[in-house]
Write a protein that binds this ligand. Structure first.
Ligand SMILES: [Mn+2]
Length: 425
């Protein structure tokens, strides 16, 4: 017994000696005073390393754009890539609302396109990763509605009104993204959104996290003019902090960037559904100084949704002619769509959100939309993506209603809200 233990101790000592010895030898061999620097310095100095910021033009992700001319020679215009005329979202090749595909600005112009929906799979700054899966989730999110060119479908509130039949909608593909850099990716998103807006088409950006609001809105104001676009911002958070954990570009700061840089005036920012630790007192001070028109859930609870909705709709008209609508899904209570970047209990209901989205489309000239923070990876059900699809459908239905000449933002089809059969007296 003692002999066994002694043998084990000797064996362990020999192995330990060999192990430590090999480490010392390896360390001694690896040591080079010329390169023994912090890794951060090595990255900065190496010509092959990805820069920490997007200032090196040779590493620009916009270089990953496929040249439209690479594709086979064809007449410009949207291309329908489905084999069948009808069908549901879960059949065929996934595109937003089963829309045809457009690849180049020429396709948008030749097709007289009204709306180009694009994906931006960027989730660097959301609290939990997964919003990068938003575009694919929305492309396959519909479960019941049969999108396609075969039939016109009714809207559950406004009657026989199918936005896909009224508007020319295309899937414009996804922006090239550097999945490890928000800074570099937003340049690429900016380029693609601007390309759409310059063609006179409404860009719809499906994120991705809310850092996208910055390149999305800048691209639109680049085309329509600084200060000429109001932003209607649905969010539990005010997204106006100066830096998020030291980061200039993040999903916590796009509003600060847009106002500080003069792209959008504070008084032309209407924020609806604030319901979190941010803004705090100092942030509210900054918002008030910049005349941001904010509406906390507390105000909605106090005054009632009808009152606050009417105020917000009036504020949306009390600014520039053009508006950009940004919907962070966390404006909703997580009960409705638990798959989101930074959920905050106590948010809006889908019944409150849907009508105001439609109303904005009817009463305002919408020049851009983004849907952000949808995270299908943390929702094992299909609820969140179904709600995401519906959010876009409501705004696009409003825009289609406007195109059809409907003026009343709260329009409902009379046959949809009253069966017309009186009680027998
Ligand atoms: Mn947000």
């Amino acid at each position: 017994m003692i002999q066994n233990r002694l043998f084990a101790i000797i064996l362990c000592s020999i192995l330990t000696f060999l192990f430590l010895g090999s480490i010392i030898v390896l360390a001694a061999e690896d040591f080079d005073p010329k390169t023994d620097k912090p890794i951060i310095d090595l990255i900065k100095e190496s010509p092959d390393a990805v820069p920490l910021e997007s200032r090196d033009p040779s590493k620009d992700v916009t270089a990953l754009y496929r040249d439209c001319k690479d594709n086979p020679q064809r007449e410009p215009g949207p291309i329908n890539i489905q084999k069948t005329l009808g069908g549901t979202a879960y059949q065929g090749i996934p595109t937003f609302f089963r829309a045809p595909v457009a690849l180049c600005p020429d396709d948008l112009k030749a097709g007289n396109v009204d709306v180009a929906i694009m994906g931006a799979s960027l989730d660097m700054s959301a609290g939990q990763r997964g919003t990068a899966w938003g575009p694919q989730a929305v492309r396959t999110g519909e479960v019941v509605t049969p999108w396609g060119e075969l039939l016109s479908i009714a809207h559950p509130s406004v009657g026989e009104l199918d936005f896909m039949q009224i508007l020319k909608v295309v899937d414009y593909g996804d922006a090239p993204i550097d999945i490890l850099s928000a800074e570099r990716s937003i340049l690429s998103v900016h380029r693609m959104v601007k390309e759409i807006a310059e063609a006179g088409v409404i860009p719809v950006i499906v994120g991705g996290d809310h850092s996208l609001m910055y390149p999305d809105v800048v691209a639109v104001t680049d085309v329509y003019g600084k200060g000429n676009v109001g932003v209607i911002h649905f969010d539990a958070h005010f997204d106006g902090i100066p830096l998020l954990f030291g980061h200039y570009i993040s999903h916590g700061g796009p509003v600060r960037r847009l106002i500080d840089e003069g792209h959008v005036k504070g008084k032309n920012f209407v924020q609806i559904g604030l319901n979190s630790a941010k803004p705090g007192a100092k942030d509210v001070e900054w918002m008030r100084k910049n005349q941001v028109r904010y509406h906390f859930m507390a105000e909605i609870d106090k005054k009632g949704w009808e009152t606050v909705m009417k105020e917000a709709l009036a504020e949306a008209l009390d600014g520039p002619e053009y508006i950009f609508i940004t919907v962070d899904t966390d404006v909703l209570d997580p009960a409705w769509a638990p798959g989101m970047g930074t959920p905050e209990p106590g948010g809006m209901t889908i019944r409150e959100l849907f009508p105001i989205l439609r109303a904005l489309g009817v009463q305002n000239q919408v020049v851009g939309i983004d849907l952000v923070e949808l995270n299908p990876l943390v929702d094992p059900t299909y609820r969140s993506k179904l709600v995401g699809v519906r959010i876009l459908r409501e705004i696009l239905t409003g825009i289609a209603m406007r195109k059809k000449g409907i003026k009343d933002p709260m329009y409902l089809d009379k046959n949809w809200v009253d069966h017309g059969v009186p009680l027998k007296k």
